[in-house]
Design a protein around this ligand. Structure first.
Ligand SMILES: Cc1cc2nc3c(=O)[nH]c(=O)nc-3n(C[C@H](O)[C@H](O)[C@H](O)COP(=O)(O)OP(=O)(O)OC[C@H]3O[C@@H](n4cnc5c(N)ncnc54)[C@H](O)[C@@H]3O)c2cc1C
Length: 392
């Protein structure tokens, strides 16, 4: 695989960076740099700028609004945006439900939903996990009862990211009881404003509340909102989870964090010299660089092997997820160590005055929230089981 960047790709990188410099408001750039959560309006504004430029969904087929770029160009695009501290596109629409709909959805569903996803007009959340169905997702209890032209859905979802802000949920619900738990699960599109939907935020260790519990009490869902075939939802969920896990590799974001760590190491001093001259810090930076390059190559190989309609091979997506999430945690730990006590005494919102240098902004909040990177999208232990089952 050729990892070199062609002259054409270099020119494209400049074009993308210039676009980001011209379109990214400084407060948003700073929030991304310091790992703070953005408001929904900030995401929508940025994503709509990408949409107007025709760049919102590079991985989608051209007929549905994709760009038709080569793999190399997509890589350059994502990395250039990440290094400019642009927000990562909210994944639930573009990376998760969009590909499910254009692959398995009806023509009516494509017509109804794809444009709203591309324009960031419809905000989606993922209703898979339940209080007793996380790793063991197939044991989910939410029930969709057949009432002729509609289902009546009852149950509880949890850890629903952006549940408070979402207009729609893609949801797994049991339509029939089967001996094999994976059978009899259906994939439904559910209106979050429908009667019977109750959302309760969950406060997290970083003082945020981006995740929620969602209670579904006899929610009416029209049969036209069933994706694909009734009882085959598990297949579509696996396709979606492959995309989700591969995306959690977050190579671009880790590259940005590594650059930040290098800058902080060069500016912070200890014992009369810059931390970047400390052999232990140098070693940690080099180890992360080596892991990141290996991950980048693995991600490109995985994208090269991606087949429309089939998605990622499950073990490959799990491998990217494990490595990318561990790297993400290694980087936030390094940033905490580099900024020392300043990042420990406050969570550090960008608007607040810093106690020490501005480098410490957000480091603690980002570090604490990223403890979940090895849990959401499927825990590391469970991903190792997936790899073992498929490869050993
Ligand atoms: C911040 C955050 C956001 C999330 N967002 C969403 C969302 O938007 N939508 C959604 O549907 N879900 C979401 N999730 C849920 C997430 O997918 C689950 O938390 C995850 O799959 C783990 O399930 P669980 O929490 O029930 O843990 P459990 O399944 O109870 O696991 C507990 C522990 O046991 C281990 N374990 C479990 N089974 C095995 C096994 N067979 N072998 C070895 N070890 C095992 C796990 O690795 C873990 O360490 C989110 C979670 C978090 C933390």
């Amino acid at each position: 695989m050729d990892m070199n960047i062609s002259v054409e790709e270099q020119a494209f990188r400049h074009e993308v960076s210039a676009f980001a410099r011209a379109n990214l408001p400084k407060p948003v750039r700073n929030k991304v740099l310091f790992g703070e959560k953005l408001a929904k309006a900030e995401y929508v504004d940025w994503q709509q700028r990408l949409y107007r430029q025709g760049w919102i969904a590079p991985s989608w087929p051209v007929e549905y609004g994709g760009t038709g770029w080569s793999l190399g160009k997509r890589r350059v695009f994502h990395h250039a945006l990440a290094l400019c501290c642009a927000p990562e596109t909210i994944s639930f629409g573009i990376s998760m439900i969009g590909p499910v709909l254009y692959t398995f959805g009806s023509d009516a569903q494509k017509a109804k939903y794809l444009a709203g996803i591309l324009k960031s007009e419809t905000w989606w959340c993922q209703g898979f996990s339940e209080p007793n169905a996380g790793s063991d997702l197939a044991s989910l209890k939410t029930r969709a009862r057949d009432r002729g032209d509609h289902y009546v859905v009852s149950g509880q979802k949890t850890w629903t990211t952006h549940g408070r802000h979402a207009d729609m949920m893609f949801c797994l619900a049991r339509t029939t009881e089967e001996a094999k738990l994976q059978n009899g699960i259906s994939f439904l599109l559910l209106d979050m404003k429908a009667p019977g939907v109750e959302v309760r935020p969950i406060e997290t260790i970083d003082e945020g509340a981006s995740i929620c519990e969602v209670f579904l009490n006899e929610v009416v869902v029209a049969k036209s909102e069933l994706v694909g075939v009734e009882g085959r939802g598990w297949d579509y969920a696996k396709f979606l989870l492959g995309n989700e896990r591969a995306m959690i590799a977050r190579v671009g974001r880790s590259r940005m964090q590594l650059e930040r760590a290098r800058r902080v190491a060069a500016s912070q001093r200890s014992g009369g010299r810059a931390l970047s001259e400390d052999p232990l810090i140098q070693r940690r930076l080099c180890e992360i660089e080596a892991r990141l390059r290996a991950l980048e190559i693995s991600e490109l190989r995985a994208l090269d092997g991606y087949r429309p309609g089939k998605g990622f091979d499950g073990a490959t997506a799990s491998m990217l997820k494990i490595e990318g999430s561990e790297l993400c945690q290694q980087l936030t730990e390094l940033l905490l160590d580099l900024t020392g006590r300043y990042s420990r005494v406050y969570m550090g919102r960008y608007e607040q005055s810093p106690i020490g240098g501005s480098d410490a902004h957000g480091a603690m909040g980002d570090h604490l929230f990223n403890r979940v990177a090895t849990i959401y999208g499927g825990s590391t232990e469970v991903q190792k089981n997936v790899i073992a089952k498929s490869s050993l």
